[in-house]
Design a binder for this molecule. Structure first.
Ligand SMILES: [Zn+2]
Length: 138
């Protein structure tokens, strides 16, 4: 590390600079400075909840799953919570988004599968019908 006052290289973790004798506070010093700065700006210094302390804002897997299966509910919950509970709202939004994507993908996939199955069944029927016709003619 380097002394923040004189810039000379000093031993890692040294409390005082041997060159200029100033006290070295390392990262703790800069963090404390930033903290007091934020406090001076009027922001709560210790992350005190600004409102509704009963409801904890956190990413919620349960709501994400719920919104995955019911994207419309997810969208509504996202709009309700995006200001008061942004983390939980994001879980809902993400769940709903993935739910919509999966639903669309499944519907496309299902349409293709049904189309292929239906096509092959029709083709099979046509083939058998054709064979039966040939046998009748023979
Ligand atoms: Zn120094």
């Amino acid at each position: 590390m380097y002394c923040k006052y004189c810039g000379k290289e000093i031993e890692e973790g040294s409390a005082f600079c041997p060159h200029c004798g100033k006290e070295q506070q390392g990262n703790a010093g800069t963090d404390a400075g930033a903290g007091t700065g934020a406090g001076a700006n009027g922001a709560p210094p210790y992350g005190a909840p600004p409102q509704a302390p009963a409801e904890q804002d956190a990413p919620s897997g349960g709501f994400a799953v719920l919104c995955f299966f019911f994207p419309l509910i997810g969208l509504i919950l996202y709009l309700i919570w995006k200001d008061t509970l942004p983390l939980r709202a994001r879980s809902c939004g993400k769940g709903a988004l993935i739910g919509v994507i999966v639903a669309v993908a499944l519907s496309i996939f299902g349409t293709v599968i049904v189309g292929v199955l239906f096509g092959s069944v029709m083709g099979g029927m046509y083939g058998h019908g054709h064979m039966a016709l040939l046998m009748l003619l023979a």
